[in-house]
Every structure is written in structure tokens, then in C-alpha cells.
Design a protein around this ligand. Sequence first.
Ligand SMILES: Cc1cc2nc3c(=O)[nH]c(=O)nc-3n(C[C@H](O)[C@H](O)[C@H](O)COP(=O)(O)O)c2cc1C
Length: 182
Amino acid sequence: MQDFMTMLRERSSTRNFTGEPVDRECIGLLLEAALLSPSSRNLKPWEIIAVEDPMLLTAMSAVKAHGSSFLAHAPLGIVVLGNPELSDVWIEDTSIVSVLIHLAAESLGLGSCWIQIRGRMDGTGASSAGRVKDILRVPPPWEPESIIAVGHAGKLDAASEEKMRPGRINAQLKEKIHWNGY
Ligand SMILES: Cc1cc2nc3c(=O)[nH]c(=O)nc-3n(C[C@H](O)[C@H](O)[C@H](O)COP(=O)(O)O)c2cc1C
């Protein structure tokens, strides 16, 4: 396990995966991280679907017009579902689950990337969430918030390498912090 701040400094989203599968022990740790997520009033208004079936991953890679195609080449997709009837802050709670899976993957030396599903559409204007629900037979009232694509990181693309360079927290980014008032 890496030092947490070092891990945050070196973290990036991974969209390029080697063909190597993610072993069951690592998948178990990622799911444990999800189940350990904090949630408002401890309601845990989420459920998770771990997807390893390449046909399902390929089908889900086409549910958005942009930003999901790489899921077809990932060995694992973790779909985070939320229940709007259980909590008014299910979006926040499912987002926390999603980011903890992403960080747990990083801590295990795996690459991952959040794929936004809620509120998105495919190229024909059909709801991405509706398409994921059809593919995975998700019953109401469960709503897919995200899919976290996970795998062993392949070579970084130029844009990702640029983001990783030292000095990533530049002067402009530091202006986002305020003290004792805006
Ligand atoms: C709420 C949220 C939704 C995102 N949705 C997508 C997505 O649909 N497709 C994608 O490729 N990346 C997605 N990302 C990843 C961001 O593009 C990425 O975090 C951002 O560009 C910063 O890059 P970094 O994570 O490498 O620092 C999402 C990230 C967040 C937090």
C-alpha cells in the first residue's frame, strides 16, 4: 500500500489497458472498498454489479456517444447503482463509492476510469442509464450512476503524461483555495 498523498499526487485516470485480467483477490478488495464507503445517514443507497463478461463490457462501451468506448478493452467494469427512493442524496453517495473504487484500484497498482452514466445519452439520443439497465437487467428503482473501468494500465497517452508531470498543482489551480471566506 502506497503512502496516500504520494498516491494522490501520482494518480490519473486510465483508459488504456493491457489484456491481463484483474485477479479475484483484487476484485474482492475493490468491492470491499465500495462496501466501506461512507453514506448520508448510513443509508447505503447503492448496489454494485461487477462485470467481467467481455460481451457485456463491449455492449456497455457503446451506451454513450463519447467517453465510454475504452470499456470494450477493459477486463472489468464495476457498475455503481443508486436508489433514489432510499435517499435524496443517492448521487453523492454513489459518487463516493465510485471514487473509492478508483482510489482503491490505484492503491493496488491498477488503472481505472470513471464512466459517467447518469444524465448521459448514446449517439441516437437514447438514455445511457436505460441502456445499461437493459443490458444488465437492472430492476427499478435502481439507477446506474457510473461504471468504473478497471484493468492493468497500458502505456499512458500524451495528455495523461502531461497531467502527471511535477507542478500539476500550478498557481492557477491554487487560486481555487480560499481561507476564512471567499
Ligand atoms: C464525475 C466524473 C465523470 C467522469 N466521466 C468520464 C467519462 O464518462 N469518460 C471518461 O473517459 N472519463 C470520465 N471521467 C474522468 C475525467 O475525465 C478525469 O478525472 C479528468 O479528466 C481528470 O483527469 P485525471 O483523473 O487523470 O486527473 C469522469 C470523472 C468524474 C469525476
